[in-house]
Design a protein around this ligand. Structure first.
Ligand SMILES: Cc1cc2nc3c(=O)[nH]c(=O)nc-3n(C[C@H](O)[C@H](O)[C@H](O)COP(=O)(O)OP(=O)(O)OC[C@H]3O[C@@H](n4cnc5c(N)ncnc54)[C@H](O)[C@@H]3O)c2cc1C
Length: 454
């Protein structure tokens, strides 16, 4: 319980207009994109690294939990204040500090929205590739904390591939700097990757240096219809072997197609699945790759539903991004997973998911980044089907592990997957992870109750 004395001290640090204990604010910061909720005791809007450092020192002195929060779009409960305490929202730290066009990097504060950053650098002919489907609202701080991925990861990788340096406030309040402004740099231990994907448990990012690429001048998107799922492994392998890589290889299964069709009435054909491919680069390269795809599918029975060039492709990607909300037609509750399997196992995983539909009578659907072996599996259910949904969840996780995969490709462990962590990671490894947490956060102040079962 936060005492009045602590609230007073917090007000002194950030200013009284930047802290709230009003019920409506506590409610607004009690959830993320999972359906788990827990009220904080105060919401604080810090305006600088120094203020965050002072808050962390206070938290250690008075032993209250602190939870950094971006846009609250996380899919594993990372931003849910399960132990109460203070939610530290990054909304005031939302400036793009410096776009260095010659060195091709950008310094940002953590509260910058991913899509806003992409637009700002694009105006200068530069490109920040990571593209989570939440890019219109998720923040760079949250992206780094979850190591967010996206459709373009096939060609460009994920958030970790772009973070060059970090300013971090440690749970004790100390301020550290990791990484380099230079492309190369091997001085001391490489601490930056330790913080990427640490889910708000090891430190609070207050400044982030990101690498930029030249903006590709051309792109095209293809929507393909799969008459049979059995074509998937062959097509995927062929696409991955193109000398010039495809940018994105997304899969959408039959149930997702139905949901999207109900929503948009696009007149999609009755197929077992869709593939959404993106190609980018110079105009010449894009034309060559598109032709390669068209030549390849001509002989395989795959239907080319649409080929869109440049901006016209936006509509197709809106359809892809609409899947997450559209699937609520199939159930009021969703158990959402982002398992990854070795790419050669994609068909086996999709088949397993479809078998679970039959076995348990629940709509279990999948879509996602099959170019990386990453499938979003959604188990849709209603209040009365909770137990059945839990059983199906366990079967999905086990199937991914049996196929040589991992339980999370981009959404993190947070709260919702904590009980599965030991299914994948052995005890000595888990112990080492917990020792690292303990070394950086001896009083377990920062985002307690996440990743590890307590
Ligand atoms: C419709 C939809 C589509 C999505 N699509 C994708 C997708 O394609 N790919 C993908 O990877 N994810 C996706 N996500 C999940 C989510 O958007 C990402 O995990 C995103 O990175 C979270 O950013 P956020 O700002 O919302 O962070 P939050 O949800 O606010 O926080 C997430 C975690 O980051 C920590 N955190 C936040 N800011 C900081 C900071 N400054 N320092 C340290 N820790 C911090 C929090 O404590 C928490 O543990 C999607 C979510 C939705 C709702």
């Amino acid at each position: 319980m936060l005492s009045l004395k602590v609230i007073k001290k917090l007000k002194k640090i950030v200013g009284k207009e930047y802290i709230s204990v009003h019920q409506e604010d506590l409610l607004s910061y009690s959830y993320d994109a999972t359906q788990v909720t827990s009220l904080p005791e105060a919401v604080v809007f810090p305006g600088s690294t120094q203020e965050i450092s002072a808050i962390m020192k206070l938290a250690n002195q008075y032993q209250f939990p602190v939870l950094p929060r971006g846009a609250g779009s996380g899919m594993s409960g990372g931003a849910v204040p399960i132990k109460g305490g203070v939610v530290l929202t990054m909304s005031r730290l939302n400036r793009i500090l410096e776009i260095d066009e010659r060195n091709m990097y950008v310094w940002v504060e953590p509260g910058v929205v991913t899509g806003d950053l992409q637009e700002a650098v694009a105006k200068k002919g530069l490109f920040y590739p990571p593209d989570p489907a939440s890019l219109a609202f998720s923040t760079i701080g949250g992206n780094v904390a979850e190591c967010a991925g996206g459709a373009r990861a096939v060609k460009y990788g994920v958030t970790k591939d772009y973070v060059m340096a970090l300013e971090v406030v440690l749970p004790t309040g100390k301020i550290i700097h990791t990484g380099h402004k230079t492309i190369k740099g091997v001085t001391g231990y490489n601490l930056t990757p330790l913080f990427i994907g640490s889910e708000g448990t090891l430190g609070i990012f207050t400044k982030i240096l990101l690498r930029l690429l030249p903006l590709p001048p051309a792109k095209a998107t293809l929507l393909l219809g799969l008459p049979q799922l059995e074509l998937l492994p062959h097509l995927l392998n062929k696409f991955l072997r193109f000398p010039e890589p495809l940018t994105a290889i997304e899969f959408i299964d039959d149930l997702c197609i139905q949901c999207v069709e109900n929503h948009f009435q696009l007149g999609l054909p009755a197929v077992e699945g869709l593939l959404l491919l993106e190609v980018d680069g110079s105009e010449k390269v894009v034309e060559i790759i598109v032709q390669q795809v068209l030549d390849m599918v001509k002989t395989s029975g795959v239907k080319v539903i649409e080929l869109a060039w440049a901006e016209k492709a936006k509509k197709l990607w809106e359809v892809r991004r609409a899947i997450s909300p559209a699937v609520f037609q199939l159930g009021s509750k969703k158990s959402s997973h982002d398992i990854v399997v070795p790419r050669a196992q994609i068909l086996n995983m999709v088949k397993k998911i479809q078998a679970l539909r039959q076995d348990y009578g629940l709509p279990v659907l999948c879509f996602g980044h099959i170019g990386d072996g990453n499938l979003h599996v959604n188990i849709m259910y209603d209040e009365t089907e909770e137990v059945k949904a839990q059983t199906v969840t366990e079967k999905v996780i086990k199937a991914a592990l049996i196929l040589g995969g991992t339980i999370s490709g981009e959404h993190g462990i947070g709260l919702t997957k904590a009980r599965f962590l030991s299914w994948e990671i052995n005890q000595p490894t888990l112990k080492l992870m917990q020792q690292l947490k303990q070394a950086l956060d001896p009083n377990n102040i920062l985002n307690p109750g996440k990743i590890f079962l307590e």
